[in-house]
Ligand binder design. Structure first.
Ligand code: BTN
Length: 247
């Protein structure tokens, strides 16, 4: 039984909790579920070379270490279980409909409230480790302009939240969804992911290489690619670099 967060490393300040976790893994084998958190992450990393900005003491920046006992081909199932844990944490605390924007951004009211950066190391068909870096905007009220725009618990609810309460809830939900992954509850994971997927089965606007078009997300394949059904081009099977959501 995994107990995420039982082994906890709290840093006053660090460039990136993911960098710190990767360094721990380069030097040894930390306990599964180890979490690295910091009150001040000054060079947070986002997906695809983006930066992740977070004001000191305001938000949750956490990196969790896992050794997923599943074949590498199931990497997207692992991603979905992490996204579901973050989704459930936010939806339960905010008591507001929360969506997962493919592959693993978390949105409330069409605005991004949390981001996930997963960094894996694999050998052959096995995971050597996976670091799940999770940033949740909690008490910050001002953000640079992004697409989609950023939001936080405080902006959505006009209240201040304890960052540690969110961390504890997140640990409980990670235990739940990581256990589902380890118990091969693949259908439960995928169906719940689709249930919360932003724009699932809705006609909406997308962009590929500067060209905008309407399409409907019909699902994701096992590899984690997004399936968009279009009138003109039929079914598109897309990876992250290929498609932009138009807001
Ligand atoms: C994204 O949406 O682009 C992913 C953002 C991930 C941010 C988190 S904060 C904790 C961890 N450390 C990092 O440097 N990044 C992740």
């Amino acid at each position: 039984m995994i107990e995420t967060g039982k082994n906890s490393i709290r840093l006053t300040e660090i460039d990136s909790t993911n960098n710190y976790a990767l360094q721990l893994l380069a030097n040894g084998k930390p306990l599964e579920g180890t979490v690295v958190t910091t009150a001040h992450q000054h060079s947070g990393r986002g997906q695809r070379t983006a930066v992740w900005q977070s004001e000191k003491d305001m938000n949750l920046a956490a990196s969790f270490i896992f050794y997923p006992p599943v074949p590498v081909a199931d990497h997207f199932l692992f991603n979905q279980s992490i996204a579901l844990a973050v989704h459930e944490t936010i939806e339960k605390i905010l008591k507001q409909k929360t969506d997962i924007k493919w592959p693993n951004d978390i949105l409330v009211n069409n605005k991004k409230i949390a981001g996930i950066l997963i960094e894996n190391s694999i050998r052959g068909n096995q995971f050597l480790y996976a670091v799940a870096g999770i940033g949740i905007n909690i008490n910050q009220k001002q953000f640079s302009s992004f697409t989609p725009p950023a939001t936080s618990f405080a902006l959505e609810n006009n209240e201040t939240f304890m960052v540690d309460d969110v961390l504890h809830a997140l640990c409980r939900n990670l235990n739940k969804w990581y256990t589902a992954l380890c118990s091969e509850e693949d259908e439960l994971i995928h169906n719940t992911y689709l249930q919360h997927l932003f724009r699932y089965n809705e006609l909406a606007l997308y962009e590929i290489e500067g060209e905008k078009f309407y399409g409907t997300i019909t699902g994701t394949n096992e590899d984690g690619r997004l399936l968009i059904e279009t009138y003109e081009k039929g079914m598109l099977v897309l990876n992250l670099k290929e498609v932009k959501f138009v807001f």
